[in-house]
Design a protein. Structure first.
Length: 308
């Protein structure tokens, strides 16, 4: 009676078969949405993200190859990224390994890392603080000629319509004149009325808004995530708040009044902030104001090179 040993069995691999026909080159083939435990760190070593989803692809350049070695891509992700701190050296090694793993079938590789940066943000006035989440993608491309890295980041903020604010001031002015013209109202009486519910004649409409930033990174290093978020939020002036007290909400209302913005204003502010940003060579900005007046949203886009 003979025994059968599974370890001695050679299983077929149809991906090694070559076609006799000339097949078209495939620009990108691989997998998307792979879950990876990955440590994304800030400049001070603080952990900003602990997991990511990954898209990984290579080109299929061999004219007679039936397919790529897809499982090798998955295994390389586990080796270089799983439970590791995100570093440029690991990414460079991974991109080279992705191409080499295909045994001459591929000349190009692409890696997209998607994660939410969880960042502690202080309140405007009080000692309160909380965590804000920023959806982020780091996109890496490797070709025979170059290694390229691109950052995509979404930053939420508040925007108050300048036109609506102007109309609200006009409505308040009209009611004030009608009610107090010729009465000799004192400054104290005027202040008391303006602080009362009677002065709530009209309010400017504001909306939650989003800035989608894309940066072509200059040195391909892991970017300064917190520095970029700070730059964007400072340029806009009205970042969304987390934990607040009454004094913080009061300060936020004043911030909105001091930073009235159409989408054109928002995108121009970001253009000024990013056009000299040291870690990028090119930037793209899209802003979206999710209207509370209309059933549709307002958007604006702007892009350009970074000047040094």
């Amino acid at each position: 009676m003979s025994s059968f040993n599974h370890s001695d069995t050679v299983l077929p691999d149809v991906t090694t078969e070559h076609s006799t026909a000339q097949l078209p080159v495939i620009d990108s083939v691989g997998m998307q949405g792979i879950a990876i435990p990955l440590h994304v760190l800030g400049k001070r070593g603080e952990r900003l993200a602990s997991q990511a989803t990954v898209d990984v692809t290579v080109s299929l350049d061999h004219p007679n190859a039936k397919g790529i070695h897809m499982s090798r891509l998955y295994n390389l992700l586990q080796r270089y990224l799983s439970n590791q701190d995100l570093h440029k050296s690991a990414l460079v090694s991974l991109m080279n390994a992705l191409i080499e793993s295909q045994d001459g079938l591929s000349n190009n590789a692409q890696l997209n890392l998607h994660f939410d940066l969880t960042v502690s943000r202080p309140a405007l006035i009080s000692r309160m603080s909380g965590y804000q989440s920023y959806p982020t993608s780091l996109c890496i491309r490797r070709s025979p000629e170059r290694y390229e890295a691109q950052l995509k980041l979404r930053v939420p903020y508040s925007s108050t319509c300048p036109c609506s604010a102007s109309l609200s001031r006009k409505a308040l002015s009209e009611v004030f004149v009608q009610q107090f013209e010729g009465t000799g109202l004192s400054v104290e009486e005027m202040g008391a009325w303006l602080a009362s519910k009677q002065a709530s004649i009209a309010t400017a409409h504001a909306q939650r808004s989003f800035a989608d930033i894309t940066l072509d990174l200059s040195d391909n290093e892991i970017p300064d995530f917190i520095g970029i978020i700070d730059l964007i939020e400072n340029a806009l002036g009205t970042p969304l708040q987390t934990a607040v007290k009454r004094e913080d909400e009061h300060a936020f209302a004043k911030r909105n009044a001091e930073n009235l913005m159409f989408v054109e204003d928002s995108v121009r502010r970001l253009h000024e902030a990013l056009s000299t940003y040291y870690q990028a060579t090119y930037f793209r900005v899209k802003v979206e104001h999710q209207e509370s007046l209309h059933a549709h949203d307002a958007i604006a886009e702007l892009s350009g090179p970074v000047h040094r």
